[in-house]
Write a new protein. Structure first.
Length: 126
């Protein structure tokens, strides 16, 4: 009987430890327990087509749950899982569809392919 009690106690401890480890791995990989963060940064654009393109690009990334571009302020607010490099990845994704951000410049070819009304006055490159 003592052996059975000891065996059940060990099994319970093992299951508890494995669940804690799984949650730690899940959080590190951006799973449901990852920290959610909201950030706002500059994104250049002009019109409703820009708004749709910018928000859609950001929301295509895994871990991004909300994206709202303020046309007047030229700022994008995103809600995302705060994993290493997530914010940089969001900025790169927005730049990949033709919109410069505060840190990432869109490729000239992509910018020039935007509709005429979407071609904003570009900031100086660094």
């Amino acid at each position: 009987m003592k052996q059975l009690t000891f065996l059940l106690l060990c099994l319970g401890m093992l299951l508890g430890a494995s669940q804690a480890l799984a949650q730690t791995v899940e959080k590190a990989q951006g799973g449901p327990n990852a920290e959610v963060k909201e950030s706002t940064f500059k994104v250049y654009g002009n019109c409703g087509m820009c708004k749709k393109r910018i928000e859609t690009a950001a929301k295509e990334l895994p871990g991004v749950s909300k994206a709202n571009w303020d046309m007047d302020e030229k700022k994008l607010t995103v809600t995302y899982e705060n994993t290493p490099g997530a914010l940089k990845q969001i900025k790169e994704k927005v730049a990949s569809v033709g919109h410069d951000t505060d840190e990432t410049r869109a490729k000239d070819k992509v910018y020039k392919a935007l509709h005429g009304c979407c071609q904003y006055d570009r900031p100086n490159s660094n």
